[in-house]
Design a protein around this ligand. Sequence first.
Ligand code: PEP
Ligand code: CO
Length: 446
Amino acid sequence: MNTIPSSDSWHPLSWTGKKALQQPVYKNQQEVDSCLELLQSKPPLVSRGEVDRLLHELAEAASGERFLLHGGDCAERFADCAADALRRKLEVLLQMSLVLTYATRKPVIRIGRLAGQYAKPRSADEEMVDGKTLPVYRGDLINEFAPQEQARKPDPQRMIEGYHHAAASLNYLRALIEGGFADLHHPEKWGAHFLHQCADNADYRRILDAIADAVHFMDMLGGDAAEQLKRVAFYTSHEALLLPYESALTRLEDGDNYYNLGAHYLWLGYRTSQLAGAHVEYLRGIRNPIGIKVGPAMDPLNLVELVKYLNPAQIPGRITLISRFGAGKVKDLLPPVVQAVTKARQSVLWCCDPMHGNTENLPKGRKTRHVKNIFAELEESFKIHAALGSNLGGIHFEQTGEEVTECLGGNVALHDLDDHYETACDPRLNGAQALEMAFLLARLLR
Ligand code: PEP
Ligand code: CO
């Protein structure tokens, strides 16, 4: 285990001197230490070169030359580390990115909430399941989902398991990409399947035809243009929540800079963004690009302080502000935030997460979200940024490739949540609903 620094300078463990919210309490510290020591000896999952490339691309998105698509599970499960599930998630993200390239006329950066999105912040420490009070599920990296007292105990060995599942997932995603995604070359195939399920699709059909034409044209040109279609960059991300795990995957590169090499991109959750808190302390010292969730309780001036603190050198691409206000609130709450950041001359990439402000609680402890509210927040956010002369350069979804029934509405009729309600945390768009978001944006932006 690294030793704790005596001075107040940054160190991968300097966060231990600050208040760390949302951390599990492990029974056996010796076991925790030996797990962390093992993690420190493992090879990184990503490389510094990839992280630097993403930083550069995000800087271009901030200045309007690229567009960011960020999506994946709310809580990824170890069991999701399986070929079909991973392939379908990647497929949907790639299909959406093609539609968004058409919509925005910009190269799209793809970041998955994948290969490590295993830790969840929770609003209470306990929950009632079938009349029993249990410790809450905090994500597969920490405890088990099964509603039993023993399963819910935090187990440090799960950090080792998490690392291996992330490694296997990323390895398969890289292999799929390296092997070429033929599917992307035939939008008429995957698109036809989607359109077939939609009740109202005349507009979408026109969009799909235009995309298919463009893809065929590039294919026909051959050479560089066709190569361009095959080469897709894909990045991974997760919430920087479980700090012992994150610091164990933090590496000093070339003797000068620390990087978290467990993922390309990390974000600061809404519940752990206190300026004096441990999560902010950890994130300020790594070189990765980072996201900051921005919601209703965040004061615009405090946010400006946070942005300055996390990016004192004003490195372009370093900070993405991910707004998540909710369809009813965004109109009043987003403009003051955009104005404060602009006035302070902080260069950030603006991204909209239309999921987390639109969650509704249902009986049986379930949650859902309505597709119409999700899209309404997106539409409103694009309008607000345009009116303020700012640039909304990215979108953030909770989604999966499976045909789950967790969010309501959409063109592919879905009214019954009971069919396939499978999420371990927040409700995700299914494959068709996620693709529909991309088509709706194409209709909005073209
Ligand atoms: C999440 O992205 O899953 C999440 C918990 O978001 P937030 O921190 O914005 O509530
Ligand atoms: Co979530």
